[in-house]
Design a protein around this ligand. Structure first.
Ligand SMILES: C[S@@+](CC[C@H](N)C(=O)[O-])C[C@H]1O[C@@H](n2cnc3c(N)ncnc32)[C@H](O)[C@@H]1O
Length: 184
């Protein structure tokens, strides 16, 4: 299974807090190893993610403030692949783009935007693949979820998280939670 890190570009602290938190939650719950909040620092997002990892388990990497150019450069230097999720890219359903990505068997940096992204994101110097989750505009959260689910073929939904303080015990009805050592 490839290691996946999500690069969240364009976060505006006062406007995007909830959506960026959801992007991070989605990344963690659907099998990514971490998220980088590029070009901006937001202590509230950091605290929220750390709290989630403390309660629900990890590991899950978080970094903020690094410029997207540095992240992409380092990732590529280390031999990783960069996938930019955009409505303008190759359609994940009607093209063979996912097959080509999987065939490389490399770690993947997944870039998702918020506001209009820099034009460079589309260039081959930045992204190896521009992938569309359908060619209609929708959401960074939805596109990330579908991309990860197709990449990991659903296996990420059975992932075990380490050092969790709480864990959901699935029920037909109602809510059941195990705490601390009960499930270790
Ligand atoms: C709400 S959209 C805004 C996009 C912005 N209007 C633009 O033209 O770049 C925010 C992010 O969601 C993701 N996104 C939205 N629709 C998508 C789609 N159909 N396929 C892949 N990613 C998508 C992209 O990463 C995009 O940067």
């Amino acid at each position: 299974m490839p290691k996946v890190i999500v690069l969240r570009w364009g976060h505006r602290p006062h406007r995007d807090a909830r959506l960026t938190t959801h992007v991070a939650l989605t990344a963690r719950a659907l099998g990514a190893s971490g998220i980088i909040l590029s070009d901006v620092e937001d202590e509230k997002i950091k605290a929220t993610i750390e709290k989630i990892v403390r309660s629900w388990g990890g590991p899950f990497y978080f970094e903020m403030g690094t410029s997207w150019k540095n992240v992409v450069e380092k990732w590529r230097e280390r031999g990783g692949v960069v996938v930019h999720l955009t409505a303008y890219g190759e359609n994940i359903q009607t093209s063979d783009v996912l097959k080509r990505i999987k065939a490389l068997e490399k770690d993947i940096l997944v870039i998702v935007g918020s506001q209009k992204v820099p034009k460079e994101f589309f260039l081959e110097t930045v992204s190896d693949f521009n992938v569309a989750i359908g060619n209609q505009p929708h959401s960074e959260c939805a596109s990330l979820a579908i991309f990860l689910d197709r990449l990991f073929e659903g296996k990420e939904l059975a992932k075990k998280f380490e050092n969790a303080r709480v864990k959901i015990i699935p029920q037909k009805r109602g809510k059941k939670i195990a705490k601390d050592s009960t499930f270790l």
